[in-house]
Ligand binder design. Structure first.
Ligand code: NAD
Length: 246
């Protein structure tokens, strides 16, 4: 499953699932661009871990909801490395509240980063991928985008939107040799879920595999979807939740 020679951009790569994806792609010999929005130290740590493995990595600061900054990032990557092979849209946030308490800005912020963000990065990368006649786009959705969750109308709408986006873009780009897939994690142990997981230990009893997932569980699937082994898979949503949604 080697990704040798592949240039891969991972948004929100400084921690959690994004960090796990960056490290796994590097283990498969890819050159990794670790995108981050604020935490420079953590992004630098990921880069240094990858360099210790003997692989190439660079960090790039850009807020995925800012179209111009994203375009500049992707143009700079192509200037420096000559191509962009894999885009992993991982960056995401939550601003949870029941709808009566949810502020308009909580709605806007989540949609801007989680959904508009993948439009921005995909649009910026696709023009290069079309020229290359190959490319892989992998979008991190969520089981919440399929089943919904009280207190998360903004997040669930953004993650459901990612599924429609993925299927539509897969249809647009299939004839250009570009695949577009989505991954829907269940409960994965990261900073995003730390408070939730403490409160919801009983959730484990609802998971057939009897544990929460790890970033590595998601990263393994992403690395597969980024590889040539997944060349005939497009427009799919693959759930990584230990069977929780069965
Ligand atoms: P996390 O909060 O640990 O990491 C999110 C990353 O996105 C951080 O590095 C953050 O800095 C980055 N980010 C946030 N806003 C950004 C912006 N505007 N521009 C660029 N980067 C930005 O969360 P995580 O659990 O690792 O989640 C990663 C992805 O997986 C998210 O899209 C999340 O919705 C999704 N997800 C997580 C779980 C889970 O259980 N942890 C479940 C389903 C889906």
């Amino acid at each position: 499953m080697s990704l040798a020679g592949k240039v891969c951009l991972v948004t929100g790569g400084s921690r959690g699932i994004g960090r796990g994806i960056c490290l796994q792609l590097a283990k498969e010999n890819a050159c990794v661009i670790v995108n981050y929005s604020s935490n420079e130290n953590m992004a630098a740590q990921v880069v240094s871990e990858i360099e210790t493995m003997g692989q190439k990595a660079v960090m790039y600061k850009a807020d995925v909801s800012d179209f111009d900054k994203v375009c500049k990032m992707v143009d700079d990557i192509v200037d420096k490395f000559g191509r962009i092979d894999v885009l992993v849209n991982n960056a995401g946030i939550t601003r949870d509240a029941l709808i009566l308490r949810m502020k308009e800005e909580d709605w806007d912020k989540v949609i801007d980063i989680n959904l508009k963000g993948i439009f921005n990065t995909s649009k910026a990368c696709v023009k290069y991928m079309i020229k290359q006649k190959q490319g892989k786009i992998i979008n991190i959705s969520s089981v919440v985008g399929i089943y919904g969750n009280a207190g998360q109308v903004n997040y669930a709408a953004s993650k459901a939107g990612i599924i429609g986006f993925t299927k539509s873009l897969a249809k647009e780009l299939g004839s250009r040799g570009i695949t577009v897939n989505a991954v829907a994690p269940g409960f994965i142990e990261t900073d995003m879920t730390s408070s939730l997981l403490e409160k919801q230990e009983d959730m484990i009893s609802k998971i057939p595999l009897k544990r929460f997932g790890s970033p590595q569980d998601v990263a393994n699937l992403v690395a597969f979807l980024a590889s040539e082994k997944a060349d005939y898979i497009t427009g799919q949503l693959i759930v990584v939740d230990g069977g929780m949604s069965l």
